[in-house]
Ligand binder design. Structure first.
Ligand SMILES: Nc1nc2c(ncn2[C@@H]2O[C@H](COP(=O)(O)OP(=O)(O)OP(=O)(O)O)[C@@H](O)[C@H]2O)c(=O)[nH]1
Ligand SMILES: [Mg+2]
Ligand SMILES: [Zn+2]
Length: 307
């Protein structure tokens, strides 16, 4: 006879199973083989944030017997051939796109890509520019203005001085948030600043490569002290888009919306076509050049994915 099933939430996952919080206890659970058989393109059967039902097998251990349907997920394209879906987190409401303008420097297009992925997957994006104590004021203000102008929330923070941390904390209270961004931008440091009780490991930014040293090695769902959850994730090098066809990309560039209908061709890709209202708007300075270049780069990468 199987034990009574217990409700739980997945906090972390590795190749051999998942850590699950169930009625205040953390158990390491194996996952029933049939979930691996039904994987399809997914890398793993569960992700942090998944609601599951488990059976207990021994103290501190159990088996995932059921996986609840997901309300949302944030996925990216992964795997050696780029043909796998990596679910970074399940049942998240918003993604904090964490960047720094210095150490490591901002890589063009990353914010734009994560905004596209999030919007496509019904997760609300916002931008956190961390390390404002280090970054040049002008550069920080420039990045802030680009995304605020488009209607996205931008929060400026310093995990070092604590500035902006309270605003970020308020934004996360009672919600489920995932932190995403390059290694070394300060994702774990910001979470420690919000809740020192978390005691997350933080690392250095190599002065030689100016890149982070991949300190966080596994995504983890953490409970926030005043309500809500956050998923801290390992730094990413790139954010490959999953489940998006090139022809649908323009939908996720908000400033293109009023223009798209005015293009001469209904299937305009806004890359080279005559009579393109987006290209005209870029030339008139009504669409920001940096955003348009990000669009073209993403379009090109999607065309390769679908080739
Ligand atoms: N000056 C300054 N340094 C910061 C700030 N936030 C984080 N750091 C430093 O940046 C380094 C990297 O911070 P982490 O919190 O480990 O970065 P992370 O984004 O979690 O990196 P990964 O786990 O590798 O993805 C550490 O040395 C932190 O002390 C900040 O606001 N200002
Ligand atoms: Mg980290
Ligand atoms: Zn067009």
């Amino acid at each position: 006879m199987m034990d009574q099933l217990v409700e739980g939430i997945v906090t972390s996952v590795d190749a051999s199973g998942a850590w699950v919080d169930a009625s205040g206890e953390r158990l390491f659970c194996r996952i029933r083989g049939r979930f691996y058989e039904d994987l399809g393109n997914e890398k793993r059967p569960v992700a942090p944030g998944d609601r599951v039902r488990i059976s207990r097998t021994s103290p501190g251990q159990g088996v995932v017997e059921e996986i609840r349907p997901r309300l949302t997920k944030l996925s990216r394209r992964s795997g050696p051939r780029g043909d796998l879906e990596q679910v970074l987190a399940a049942n998240v409401e918003q993604v904090a796109i964490v960047v720094a303008t210095k150490l490591p420097r901002l890589s063009p297009g990353l914010i734009d890509r994560i905004i596209v992925a999030a919007t496509n997957q019904k997760v609300e994006p916002f931008v956190v520019i961390n390390k404002v104590d280090l970054g040049k004021k002008k550069k920080v203000a420039e990045v802030k203005a680009i995304f605020e102008e488009l209607g996205y929330l931008v929060i400026l923070t310093s995990a070092e001085t604590g500035s902006g941390v309270e605003e970020l904390k308020e934004r996360m209270q009672d919600r489920v948030t995932i932190f995403s961004g390059h290694s070394g931008v300060g994702k774990s440091s910001l979470l420690n600043a919000i809740d020192p009780g978390l005691k997350l490991k933080t690392g250095n930014v190599s002065h030689a490569s100016r890149k982070g040293t991949h300190t966080t090695t596994r995504a983890e769902l953490l409970a926030l002290p005043d309500g809500g959850y956050v998923v801290d994730t390992p730094g990413i090098r790139a954010f490959g888009l999953w489940d998006l066809e090139p022809a649908d990309l323009d939908i996720f560039f908000v400033e293109f919306q009023p223009l798209i209908e005015q293009c001469r061709f209904h299937n305009c890709t806004h890359s080279h076509e005559p009579g393109c209202a987006v290209i005209d708007a870029v030339e008139r300075g009504e669409v920001q050049g940096g955003r348009y270049r990000a669009y073209l780069r993403i379009l090109e990468s999607l065309e390769q994915d679908f080739r």
